[in-house]
Design a protein around this ligand. Sequence first.
Ligand SMILES: [Zn+2]
Length: 233
Amino acid sequence: MPGVQLTWLGHSSFRVDTPGGKRLYLDPWLSNPSFPEGEPEPERVDVIAITHGHGDHVGEALDLGKRFSPKLVAIYELASWLEAQGFPNASELGMNKGGTVEAEGLRFSMTQALHSAGFLGEGPPIYLGDAAGYVIEFENGTKVYFSGDTAAFTDMQIIGKHLEPDVAVLPIGDHFTMGPRQAAVALELLGVQRCVPCHYGTFPLLKGTPDELREHAPGVEVLSPAPGETIDV
Ligand SMILES: [Zn+2]
């Protein structure tokens, strides 16, 4: 069985080609400023997972949902809102923290995140549930923690102990999330030795870098693919 093929699409967006041949998009903001030029138009989408209701994470999920009718993994309020906008059956797996759902053979456990959420468009803000993260268990048993936008929090110890992720995908840009120094604390709390940083470099405000993370977390293997690059985690 091949491994989990993770392609960074810039910001917090990832395309994952799973060991079982499924295609998953996480936080699909495909119009982000770091989106790789060579990335082909999605030709299939089996599952979309979204961490929270901010525009830089919901991204083009609605458009992809209408075109490909994938399974959606999201917190209940966000899932229901997307269904009301025309994403077919989006609320089917609508979930909350502590829960685990299965979609196309992948297991998603929803975790805590210290962040805000909600849609700020025209008119009053729309409540789209809380910000969250996931530990995803793939068909080959590999477990990847996508923390979503967050600060470090001590309950990461529970995530590490109870859900046992092999790799952590963490934001390091600072300003809206933790920066590299705090991400190193997060890795210590999780007890995870491999990290894929994200949510940095998209715009000047997000100044944390993978090298700073390496400095603060000397025992950790920091995998930092360029946008468009695929790594086997
Ligand atoms: Zn964000």
